[in-house]
Structure formats: C-alpha cells, structure tokens
Write a protein of this length. Structure first.
Length: 313
C-alpha cells in the first residue's frame, strides 16, 4: 500500500502577494506623510537610499554577488531612471497637489501604459482585437477616474500630469527591462540592488540643488519615509521575486488589481481623504481593460481525456 504524497503548502506566495499589494498601496500614504517634512526630491532620495541599504544588506547576508558586466550596469542605470528616480519624484510632486487616493488609482494605469509602449512605440506585441478593446476601455477608465468633466484647477492639473508622467515612465521601464534584462544570468535580487543603488546616486545632485530639510520633522513623517524605503523600495522587491517565482504566471501580475484597493483604504482611513463616485468607477474600468487586454477572461473546455483547460473567450 502506497501512501499519497502530501500536497505542497501554498501559503507562502499568497501571503507575499497580499503583503506586496498592501505595501505598494500604502506607499502613497507614506509619500503624503513624508511630504510634511521634506520636498518631493528629498522624499524620492530618502526612499531610494533606504531601499538601497536594505537590498545591499540582503545581498551581503545571502552572499549574492552584484552584476559584474559594465553593460549590465548601463542597463540598470537606464532602468533606474525609468522605474525609480524619475517616477518616484513625479509621484511625490503629484501628491503636493492631489490626494494619495487619486495618485494610487492613477497608478493602476501602469499595465495600460506598458501595453501602449509595447504595441505602438517598440512594437513588441501583436495588435489583436481583444487587446485594442481592452485598451479602449482602460483609457475611458482613465478619463472617468480623473473626472475630466469637472475641470481642474492649475494645481490639480499639474498633479494629474505628474502622475501620468510617472506611469508613462513605468511603461517604458518595464518594456526596456523585458528587452535588455530578461535573459541575464544575474540573480534578480542583485539586479534590483544595482538598480536601486543607481537610482540613489541619480537623485543625490538634485536633492542637493533643489531639496530642503526641516530642522524639526514630525515623527510620523520619519517613520513613513523609513517604511517607504525599507518596505516599499527594499523588502517589496523580495516579495515580488517570491510571487513571480512561486505563483502561477497569471496570478503573479495580478498585484495591479490589489494595490489601488489598499491605496484607497489607507487614504480614507488614515489621511481623511474623500472618494468621489467616479474614482472607483474609473478604476474598475481601468482594471477591466487591463484584464481584457491580458486575455484573462477565458472559458474552460474539456479535452477528450477529461482534462479541463483554459480557452480564450
């Protein structure tokens, strides 16, 4: 009599998945608190510096070697511009004009931005009817979430433009990473560490030129900046690596759906921000468009042997 093998535990990546969505969702709350003590440039620098220290410590503990090739460091430098130093500064600046809730919801446009860059600029993806339909729905969602019919004041307009600029940077960054870093033999944590170190170095001259540090800083701001760097820019990379490595591919990229939920919850609960009807409605349209463009709606069919498989709807 043979005993059935116990099923492997699957709790690990689910916990990492939820924590990752929570950390990235809380980042907009932490940015808002950090801005009470520092300028947007300083917030971006402290966030990157704390993340760099966290990741360097992790690589030292695990004895993970950093990238050795100069060409790899060149790619990491470009990636740090597109995914870290520029968008982090833009998001920090945006929250001097708009709520953390709205910034978190606009961030949900990142998969749409990545798709637009891959489709029409770099031409890395084929144009399919489902992709175009999902893209159209998502773009309508963007217009709804920012409430274009209400008009904007000058400050709010600048904040929204800064958020959208950050999202566009993410779109170029993810497609650049796919093209230039996907096949490298380096450990993902080593690549993440190099990227964040490059981003920190990029921010130093701008912080010296344009930043300001208050003599007396609120304790909540310092704690928020620590969490933003250590968790949001350091530990989150480890969680993301765990999810990508252990979760199904379709699940690993679904953290996009979870992040705005946490951004809304903490923005309302801890910052006292309000939520207009169009913001969640637009976010749902954005996420629906993302789901359609990624072909996530599939119907299940049965093969002759009885195996259930997913088939595009």
């Amino acid at each position: 009599m043979t005993m059935a093998k116990p099923k492997p535990r699957t709790l690990g990546w689910q916990v990492s998945f939820v924590l990752l969505g929570a950390i990235w969702g809380c980042s907009f709350w932490w940015i808002k608190l950090g801005l009470r003590a520092m300028s947007p440039v300083d917030v971006a620098l402290v966030r990157l510096a704390a993340g760099a220290v966290t990741l360097l410590t992790l690589t030292a503990i695990t004895r993970t070697p950093l990238a050795r090739r100069l060409s790899t460091w060149g790619h990491l430098f470009v990636l740090a511009l597109l995914l870290n130093s520029v968008p982090f500064t833009l998001f920090s600046y945006s929250e001097t004009h708009i709520s953390a809730v709205l910034a978190g919801l606009i961030n949900a446009c990142t998969p749409l931005s990545t798709l637009i860059v891959a489709l029409f600029i770099l031409r890395q993806e084929p144009v399919r009817p489902t992709v175009m339909g999902g893209l159209a729905i998502g773009l309508v969602g963007v217009l709804v979430v920012i409430g274009v019919w209400n008009g904007f004041g000058a400050g709010q307009r600048l904040g929204i433009i800064a958020c959208l600029g950050a999202v566009v940077c993410y779109g170029f960054g993810f497609t650049y990473a796919r093209r230039h870093l996907a096949g490298l033999p380096d450990n993902p944590i080593a690549l993440a560490t190099g990227q964040i170190v490059c981003g920190t170095l990029q921010m130093v001259p701008f912080a010296l030129a344009f930043g300001h540090f208050d003599a007396i800083r609120p304790t909540s701001s310092l704690l928020a900046l620590g969490a933003l760097g250590v968790l949001g820019t350091g530990f989150a990379y480890v969680l993301n690596f765990d999810v990508v490595r252990n979760a199904p591919a379709t699940v690993a990229s679904s953290v996009t759906y979870l992040t705005p939920v946490f951004a809304v919850i903490v923005g309302i609960a801890f910052l006292g921000e309000s939520l207009s009807w169009n913001e969640p409605a637009g976010a749902l349209l954005i996420l629906l468009g993302v789901a359609i463009s990624q072909n996530r709606f599939r119907r299940r069919v049965r093969r002759p042997a009885g195996e259930l498989v997913d088939e595009p709807a």
